[in-house]
Design a protein around this ligand. Structure first.
Ligand code: BGC
Ligand code: CA
Length: 306
């Protein structure tokens, strides 16, 4: 495979395409445009254009849950029914958000036990005032502070490692992870983009069935693949500078979908990169893994006791 295998899956001019997510059950790809509050839904084999739902606020990421999706928006975590439409149900508030500002939710993903891990992004995309949370049994517990832009969340297939990055550090950390208890050990620097001379910042990721970690290099115009030991094994140049995240999808989970952004491009940049803001795809050398569903909502009893 080479860079020429990269195709346009859906031609769009998204501001900040993000959080691609494949539902095996529905054979549907979902993703968001964070800045416009859109959630997209598309069945690649339907021959139809993507559909979209507009939320009243920015939406950082989505995850699967029974009968629907979770959406981590600026102000909190919502549950939406599928097919998309209808009133969302608010599950929990984002304590870092305040009307007219604050830190919104950003990248997120469920672990194999069905907890949602989700981070925030600093209001100015710079100050170390954001955090990483774990949403479990109705409780949003803070798990790491002093973050500027939380990104890159993923788990090794055996669930022994949790990957995470604070994008501006240009380092990807991995934490020893216990999926039964949801606890993490001391993190170590697993990949350092500066040491590898790779351009851009680490953004959204996905792990394939061989345990290799794929990540979009925002501002670096490429997707890179790392071995479980952290060795760079492949790099794919893209026809735009700001890829944001990757997801495996398609019938056999062998298509890599890539979301991209137009934000941070001026008029000249947009003219130079006509595919920026589109959903891209390429055949993957390994298959992906089905995304776990969120399954740790507050029990009825807990809700009644409040
Ligand atoms: C954020 C963007 C940011 C990008 C690169 C994304 O996850 O949502 O706002 O520009 O990461 O750091
Ligand atoms: Ca991201």
């Amino acid at each position: 495979m080479n860079d020429n295998d990269i195709k346009v899956a859906a031609e769009l001019r998204m501001s900040l395409g993000e959080s691609p997510l494949w539902s095996v059950e529905r054979q549907t790809l979902y993703w968001v445009d964070i800045n416009n509050g859109y959630i997209y839904s598309w069945r690649p084999n339907s021959g139809k254009a993507p559909e979209r739902l507009e939320l009243a606020e920015k939406v950082g990421c989505i995850a699967l849950c029974e009968d629907g999706l979770l959406a981590a928006t600026a102000s909190g975590i919502l549950r939406l029914r599928l097919p998309l439409g209808g009133e969302p149900e608010r599950l929990v508030a984002n304590a870092e958000w305040r009307e007219g500002g604050g830190n919104r939710f950003n990248d997120g993903r469920c672990d194999a036990a069905g907890r949602l891990w989700v981070g925030t992004i600093a209001f100015d995309e710079q100050s170390p005032v954001a955090a990483l949370y774990c949403f479990d049994q109705g409780e949003l517990a803070c798990r790491r502070t002093n973050v500027s832009i939380s990104n890159g969340l993923a788990f090794s297939p055996d669930q022994r490692w949790l990957y995470h990055t604070d994008s501006l550090t240009r380092r990807i950390l991995r934490y020893p992870f216990d999926v039964r208890s949801g606890t993490t050990g001391e993190p170590e620097t697993w990949v350092d983009l500066a040491a590898l001379d790779l351009p851009g910042v680490p953004d959204g990721a996905a792990v394939d069935s061989e345990g290799y970690y794929w990540i979009a290099l925002y501002g670096g115009g490429s997707i890179v693949r790392f071995s479980p030991k952290g060795g760079l094994v492949a790099s794919y140049a893209l026809p735009c500078p700001h890829p944001t995240m990757v997801a495996f999808g398609g019938r056999d989970l062998r298509t890599l979908y890539i979301t991209t952004a137009t934000q941070h491009l001026d008029a000249e940049g947009k003219a130079r990169w006509p595919l920026a803001g589109s959903l891209l795809s390429m055949p993957a050398p390994a298959s992906g893994l089905p995304e776990p569903k969120f399954s740790r909502g507050a029990s009825r009893a807990t809700q009644c006791a409040k």
